[in-house]
Design a binder for this molecule. Structure first.
Ligand SMILES: [Fe+2]
Ligand SMILES: [Fe+2]
Length: 189
């Protein structure tokens, strides 16, 4: 165990808190749908867009990076923690399925109310169970087995991928926006 405060774990825990909050929002909307009231589809789409963009593409790979280091440092410990890479593939599948279900509902495609609720619940409960397993199994083992140097190396890599919803996350597509503004400026002058 190192005394170094691994920024990576703190960041991942913060991201879990954000995702947990968004899953609660999503569940409220699904409950409206269950009661045959109209949910806020814009909100649902935005939550899914966030999950597709950030947790799926950045949050999970950051955890995979820690697991790879753990496999080098303590293969037995890595063996005992949940099979993270397979779990992440399952998370992606559930997210894809739920996203397609939402689009289908919006396009009035054939999807029963029960099927939609079922797919939504599988996504919400699956994400919650996954995060809980990481918090209670994976993070403590990683903190116990990796050294301060390991964490410094990991922290340096993951700092490049910031949660767009975090206070320090910065504007999404900020660089592209800068390019577009620069191009508009040069045309005008
Ligand atoms: Fe994960
Ligand atoms: Fe996670």
């Amino acid at each position: 165990m190192t005394n170094y405060q691994a920024k990576a774990i703190q960041t991942l825990r913060n991201e879990h808190r954000t995702m947990g909050f968004l899953l609660d929002l999503l569940e409220q909307q699904v409950n409206l749908f269950k009661r045959t009231e109209r949910p806020d589809y814009d909100l649902i789409k935005e939550v899914l867009d966030y999950f597709l963009t950030y947790p799926d593409l950045c949050h999970h790979p950051k955890e995979d990076l820690i697991l790879r280091k753990l496999k080098v440092r303590d293969p037995e410990a890595a063996e005992r923690v949940l099979n993270l890479e397979i779990e992440h593939d399952k998370c992606s599948e559930r997210l894809g399925e739920f996203s397609r279900a939402v689009i289908n509902v919006l396009l009035d495609a054939e999807i029963s109310r029960e099927a939609f609720i079922d797919i939504a619940n599988q996504f919400i409960q699956g994400e919650r169970a996954h995060m809980s397993a990481e918090e209670h199994e994976f993070f403590p083992v990683a903190l116990r087995c990796l050294s301060e140097d390991d964490w410094l190396e990991i922290d340096e890599k993951i700092i490049r991928f910031r949660d767009p919803l975090a206070a320090e996350g910065g504007l999404r597509f900020a660089l592209l926006q800068e390019c577009i503004l620069g191009q508009q400026h040069s045309r005008a002058s």
